[in-house]
Design a protein around this ligand. Structure first.
Ligand code: ADP
Ligand code: MG
Length: 224
C-alpha cells in the first residue's frame, strides 16, 4: 500500500502568512509569560493548578508558533554540500534518551561513502527529528526504529525510517502534512507539514508506506 503525497501549492502562501502572524503573536506572548510569572510569585494562595494549566497552554501556543516560523520563507538559511549521515547520527544521538524512556531502540544502517547532499543542515535535522519523534510516539509499548540511508542508481539518496507502530490507514495517509491534522492529544499536527515543506525545498520527495498493525515506513528521496 503506497501512496505518493501531493505537494500543495498552498504551502508557500501559508508560509508567508504564518511568518507574519507568528512574529505578531510572539511579542505579546513574551509579555504574557513574564507577567504570569510575576503574578505566580506574588499570589500566596494555592492557585498552582491554574498556573500549571496557563503555563502548559502557553507552551502549546509557543510550539505552534515555532513550527509556523519554520514555514516562513527561508531567510538566513544556508545551503551547503554536506554528508547528511552526520546529521542523522547527531539526530539519533539526540533522540536516543527519549527513545530509551519509551523502550524504543533505534538502529541505523548507512551505506559507506554516501554522496554529499546540497542542503540546509538545520532544516534537514528538523526533518529527521520530526519523523523519528513520530516513530517513537507511535510505539507506546516500545519497539524498533530502523533508519536506512543508501544511494540509488539514479543519483538519488534514499533515506527510510521504519517503525513498528499501529500503522496509518489509507484515508489518514492522505491527510498527512495537512496543517493541524493530528490524532494525538497533545499533538500540533504541524510536524509533517514542516517536513514536507523542507523536503520540497530540497527538490526531494516523501513516500509513505504503511500496513495496519505492522508499522510504517517514511521514505525520503533527495537528489545529489
Ligand atoms: P503530531 O505529531 O503533532 O500529531 P505530525 O504532523 O507530526 O503531528 O503528524 C500528524 C499525524 O500523522 C499524527 O498525529 C499521526 O496520526 C500521524 N502519523 C505521523 N507519523 C506516524 C507514524 N510513524 N505512524 C503512525 N501515524 C503517524
Ligand atoms: Mg509529530
Amino acid at each position: 500500500m503506497e501512496e505518493k503525497l501531493k505537494k500543495s501549492d498552498t504551502l508557500s502562501v501559508v508560509g508567508e502568512l504564518a511568518a507574519g502572524i507568528a512574529h505578531e503573536i510572539r511579542n505579546p506572548m513574551t509579555a504574557l509569560k513574564g507577567f504570569i510569572q510575576l503574578l505566580e510569585d506574588s499570589i500566596q494562595e494555592n492557585h498552582s493548578m491554574y498556573f500549571n494549566i496557563i503555563s502548559s497552554e502557553l507552551e502549546r501556543i509557543d510550539s505552534i508558533i515555532n513550527e509556523f516560523l519554520i514555514l516562513a520563507k527561508p531567510q538566513a538559511v544556508k545551503f551547503i554540500r554536506k554528508d547528511i549521515t552526520e546529521i542523522m547520527k547527531e539526530t539519533v544521538d539526540f533522540l536516543n534518551a527519549q527513545a530509551m524512556l519509551h523502550n524504543v531502540q533505534i538502529q541505523t544502517f548507512f551505506d559507506k561513502e554516501l554522496p554529499f547532499i546540497f542542503c540546509e543542515p538545520n532544516q534537514m535535522k528538523k526533518v529527521f527529528i520530526n519523523l523519528i519523534k513520530n516513530a517513537i510516539e507511535v510505539m507506546p509499548k516500545g519497539g524498533m526504529i530502523t533508519v536506512i540511508m543508501e544511494s540509488t542508481t539514479d543519483q538519488t539518496l534514499h533515506i527510510s525510517i521504519r517503525d513498528e507502530g499501529a500503522g496509518i490507514s489509507k484515508d489518514k495517509i492522505k491527510k498527512l502534512g495537512q496543517p493541524f491534522f493530528t490524532t494525538k492529544e497533545k499533538g500540533t499536527g504541524l510536524g509533517l507539514m514542516v517536513t514536507y515543506k523542507i523536503i520540497e525545498e530540497h527538490k526531494g520527495s516523501i513516500i509513505v508506506e504503511s500496513e495496519m498493525g505492522v508499522g510504517s515506513i517514511f521514505h525520503i528521496y533527495l537528489p545529489f
